[in-house]
Design a protein around this ligand. Structure first.
Ligand code: PGA
Length: 238
């Protein structure tokens, strides 16, 4: 069976090179543990070299621009996160994300498309948001090798107790798979891993991983503490 996927999204942290290198050093002590997963780190560009040299994780970019895809590619990035809510909130649209997905695919980088609703209510309207983000983001792309991350915006940056409930996640993953199948065809949909992100902490990993259909996690704040990330990794392997 394919390994579970863990992507550490450092966003704009840590605040110094020293801290970044210390974190990498602490994580490196558990190198054998991370080898049991498909482990990636998405650092700010200024720490690309340190992450790359650590040989600990696949290098991932947090976004790309038309004029830096070559640089990101030549640095060895294997995945590009696209459509993260931080960038959607600052003006990125499904159309611009679609162009970026096509561009990174051309460059041989795997796109990791983030989708997620801002709010969730009992009417299920959030499903329409997800459908639209997928349909527009993947428009006129055929059989991509890619990853999807479902990240409800309302959960991002919160603590485990405010994260999504297991049953809601299971239902949402079924919905995403159906839309992917309608959009890309059954075979590609089956081969596309779906990750969850949003308030993933050591406390909720077990519940969210069990039979929800996800293949792993995109982790923000909890990835900045070696202890938390190690504990998340251990739970993923249980
Ligand atoms: P969080 O962030 O784990 O801090 O909620 C996830 C993300 O924004 O990718």
């Amino acid at each position: 069976m394919a390994k579970s996927i863990l992507v550490a999204n450092w966003k704009n942290h840590p605040s110094s090179l020293f801290e970044a290198q210390t974190l990498l050093k602490e994580l490196s002590r558990k190198r054998e543990l991370f080898k049991k997963l498909s482990f990636f780190i998405a650092p700010p560009l200024v720490y690309f070299e340190s992450v790359s040299k650590s040989n600990l994780a696949g290098l991932t970019s947090q976004n790309v621009e038309a004029n830096n895809i070559d640089m990101v590619k030549n640095f060895g990035a294997r995945i590009s996160i696209l459509g993260h809510s931080d960038y959607r909130l600052s003006g990125e649209t499904d159309e611009t994300i679609n162009k970026k997905i096509k561009a990174v695919l051309r460059a041989g980088i795997t796109p990791l498309l983030c989708i997620g609703e801002k709010t969730r209510d009992s009417d299920g309207e959030h499903f329409e948001t997800l459908r639209e983000q997928l349909k527009k983001g993947l428009a006129s792309i055929s059989k991509p090798k890619m990853i999807i991350a479902y990240e409800p915006v309302w959960a991002i940056g919160k603590s485990a107790k405010d994260s999504i409930q297991r049953d809601d996640l299971e239902q949402t993953v079924i919905f995403i798979k159906k839309v992917l199948s309608d959009t890309l065809g059954r075979k590609t949909a089956d081969q596309t891993p779906i990750l969850y992100g949003g308030a993933v902490e050591p406390l909720n990993v077990n519940a969210l991983m069990k039979k929800t259909g996800i293949k792993g996690f995109l982790v923000g704040h909890a990835s900045l503490k070696a202890k938390s990330l190690i504990s998340i990794s251990k739970s993923m392997l249980e």
